[in-house]
Structure formats: structure tokens, C-alpha cells
Design a protein around this ligand. Structure first.
Ligand code: PLP
Length: 399
């Protein structure tokens, strides 16, 4: 018998070697208690959270929690069914209404996760003979959506408008084309030049889908994302998003003004063949989305935090993924996995949690300490965070 798991031997060895250096497993941290959107107890110690994507800090919002408790009491703990069978409650419809209001768009479709939204929408829209053109640094869910469908896949260099244009011009004029972009790229926290890219797509007869997972709620005057901030929201055909970041719960969605959009509810397999989200999740999501429409002050505070952390880390001598803060993600570039893991552990010992990101999830084989800020971090917490980076960086020789 061939052991089907033997293909993972190199990864098992790499992990064992890393743990042999005395570093704890950075990918299995347990949060024993979560005290607020910005503090949890890890290894018995109060720890500042700087790697949760909880951008708007909605997880502990009083109205959001009350809505979840009420729905749990009134509708029960789960739907036990697909959206097209017994799995559509009034709460799912209400959540889709909230999304339509939030984006000022005609249609909204809720999925069980953002991963499934990408999987379903990309694989359903682009079929045999069509093309999906995507940024090479796209999220795994976008790649998996491509792998699940039957379209030809064409990748272009990250955020390179000319490369996108060149690829589009090489494709048959009459073929169906879906260009998939992200507003904010989650590894380095950089923003896409959507204005130019959307123009190039339209000039070349391509439909455009933008994944705004890391920009919803924060970027743009109304928090609609990079599409809004760059003035192209009316030219984009589909926006994908998630409830697992700014909205503060779990779930995914697609919004669109396309007049035929509703047919997707019958043909999109990751929508049809899975159970819908539980009532409590729908109620928390709807409440959170409606509050995010009126969260200008929180957005402003999150920008202040992001700029302050970026500037502070740069002043300490760390190498960062962007030259200025473009989003609420600040990526600190580490020389290699070993140093990255040592730094991650030293930060945790100081009382700070960040994400250790490593290839293949990262671009250019980089090891990153990814920081994501929250609108609920106080300015004093950002000062504390900088102090912890300074102490840990000196202790492991990273600065
Ligand atoms: C760009 C992007 N799209 C989609 C997703 C998937 O979202 P979810 O957590 O809702 O599955 C993520 C999650 O990390 C993401 O970063």
C-alpha cells in the first residue's frame, strides 16, 4: 500500500526541525478566554490581539450580541438545510437586504463562508470556453474557485495594469472573460489600482469581480471598499465579501447589479449543496452591517491606528510590506521562517499576538509577521504594541 500521506513528509520534517529549535507551534495557539476585540488570554497571559482581521471590532458590540442571542432564542440553533430547501429564514432575507442597502446594489446572495462565495461565484460564472484572468497573488479561495470550474485560467503579475492589459488583448475577442481582483491583498496589505484595472477590463470586454474581504467596513466613505474609494463601484460587475472580518461573525456574500443575478441561486453548487448559516449568525451579521453604514468615526480612528503603527515600526527599523499604510494590514517582513517564528514567539511572550505567514500563502516566498489593526485598539495600545516590537526585535536580533 502506498501511504497517501507520505507526500507531506518534507513539510512534517520542516515542522519538526522548527519545533526542535525550541519554538512553539505558531499555527496552533489556543485563546483560553477572549475579553474584548483587542485582548484575549493566551497561555494564561492577557495578550493584545493584532492578528484577527477584526477591523471594526464588531464582535463585542452590544447590539450585535443582543441580536444574536434573540435570534438563537426565537429561531433555534441552526437551519439544518440548504438555502434552496428549508435553509432560507426571514433572517437570511433580512441579511441580504442589509447588504443591498450597504452597497446600494440590486442583488445580494449570502454564502456560508467567503471561501464558498469565491468558490461558487467564480466556478459558476466562468465555464468551458471562458477565461478567468486573475492577479497571481490572489487568495486561495479564488484559485480554488478557478480549479473547481472549467474555464481557462490566466494569471498576471501582481497589481500590474500593463500585464493585465497584455493578457486581455491576447484572448479571443468573443470569449467570455472574468477578471478577478482584490481590493486589499491580505498578505502585504497593499491596495489594487482598481481605477486603471477596471478601465482596462471594460475596454477589453471583460466582466470584473472584486473581492473586498479586507476593505469592507473600513475603506471608502461608506465602508464599501476600494471600489468605492477609487470611484469604480458602478463599473464593477460583482463584489465578493466576507462576514469573518469587519462584520465580526462568519459567512460570505456576493452583491451585484446584474439583472440576471438571481438565477445563480439555482446553479451555484457551493450555495445549493450546503447548509445555510444559523439564525444567530444572520442576525449578528445584519445588525453589524447596518451599524457599519454609520461608522465614519471608527473608520477614521482605524486609519489613525494603522498610520501610527506603520510609522512606528518603520522608525524602529523593521522592513514593511508597503511604503505607507494602505489598509489596516501592516506586514513585517522577516528574513526566514526560523527568525520569523522566533520573533512571533518573543512577541507572544511580551503579550502580543500577530499572524506568522509563510510560503506558499505568501508572495515571493516571504515569511511575514502580519499585523491587522482594529478600530477598538486605543492609541495607548498601539504605543504598547510598538514597545513590544522593540523589545522582541532586539531580543531576537531582528532590529
Ligand atoms: C481575500 C479573501 N477572500 C476570501 C476569504 C475567505 O473568507 P472566509 O473567512 O469568510 O471564508 C479570505 C479569508 O481570509 C480572504 O482573505
Amino acid at each position: 500500500m502506498t501511504d497517501l500521506l507520505s507526500k507531506f513528509d518534507p513539510l512534517i520534517r520542516e515542522r519538526e526541525n522548527l519545533l526542535a529549535t525550541g519554538v512553539k507551534d505558531p499555527f496552533s495557539l489556543v485563546m483560553e478566554e477572549v475579553l474584548s476585540p483587542t485582548v484575549a488570554v493566551c497561555n494564561g497571559k492577557e495578550t493584545i490581539l493584532l492578528g484577527t482581521y477584526n477591523y471594526m471590532g464588531m464582535t463585542f458590540d452590544d447590539d450585535v450580541r443582543a441580536a444574536g442571542l434573540k435570534a438563537l432564542a426565537e429561531f433555534g440553533s441552526g437551519t439544518t438545510g440548504s438555502r434552496v430547501l428549508n435553509g432560507t429564514y426571514s433572517l437570511h432575507r433580512d441579511c441580504e437586504d442589509a447588504l443591498r442597502e450597504f452597497y446600494a446594489m440590486d442583488h445580494a446572495m449570502v454564502f456560508s463562508t467567503g471561501y464558498q462565495a469565491n468558490l461558487g461565484i467564480i466556478s459558476t460564472l466562468a465555464g468551458k470556453g471562458d477565461y478567468v484572468i486573475l492577479d497571481i497573488d490572489s487568495h486561495a479561495s479564488i484559485y480554488d474557485g478557478c480549479a473547481m470550474g472549467n474555464a481557462e485560467i490566466v494569471a498576471f503579475r501582481h497589481n500590474d495594469v500593463e500585464a493585465l492589459e497584455k493578457r486581455l488583448k491576447r484572448l479571443p475577442a468573443e470569449a467570455g472573460k472574468l477578471v478577478v481582483l482584490e481590493g486589499v491583498y491580505s498578505m502585504l496589505g497593499d491596495v489594487a489600482p482598481l481605477k486603471e484595472m477596471v478601465r482596462v477590463c471594460k475596454e477589453n470586454g471583460a466582466m470584473v469581480l472584486v473581492d473586498e474581504a479586507h476593505s469592507m467596513g473600513f475603506i471608502g466613505e461608506n465602508g464599501r471598499g476600494v471600489c468605492e474609494a477609487q470611484g469604480v463601484i458602478d463599473d464593477v460587475d460583482f463584489i465578493i465579501g466576507t462576514f469573518s472580518k469587519s462584520v465580526g461573525t462568519v459567512g460570505g456574500f456576493c452583491v451585484s447589479n446584474h439583472p440576471k443575478f438571481e438565477i445563480l441561486r439555482l446553479v451555484c453548487r457551493p450555495y445549493v449543496f450546503t447548509a445555510s448559516l444559523p439564525p444567530s449568525v444572520m442576525a449578528t451579521a445584519s445588525t453589524s452591517i447596518r451599524k457599519l453604514m454609520h461608522s465614519g468615526n471608527k473608520r477614521a480612528h482605524l486609519w489613525e491606528n494603522s498610520k501610527k503603527l506603520h510609522q512606528g515600526l518603520r522608525d524602529l527599523g523593521f522592513t514593511l510590506g508597503t511604503s505607507e499604510a494602505q489598509s489596516a494590514i501592516i506586514a513585517v517582513i522577516m528574513p526566514d521562517l526560523e527568525k520569523g517564528a522566533m520573533m512571533w514567539q518573543a512577541l507572544l511572550a511580551e503579550g502580543l499576538y500577530v499572524n506568522l505567514a509563510r510560503p506558499p500563502a505568501t508572495p515571493a516566498n516571504m515569511t511575514l509577521l502580519r499585523c491587522s489593526l482594529c478600530a477598538e485598539h486605543t492609541s495607548e495600545q498601539v504605543d504598547q504594541i510598538l514597545g513590544m516590537f522593540e523589545a522582541a526585535g532586539k531580543a531576537v536580533g531582528a532590529i
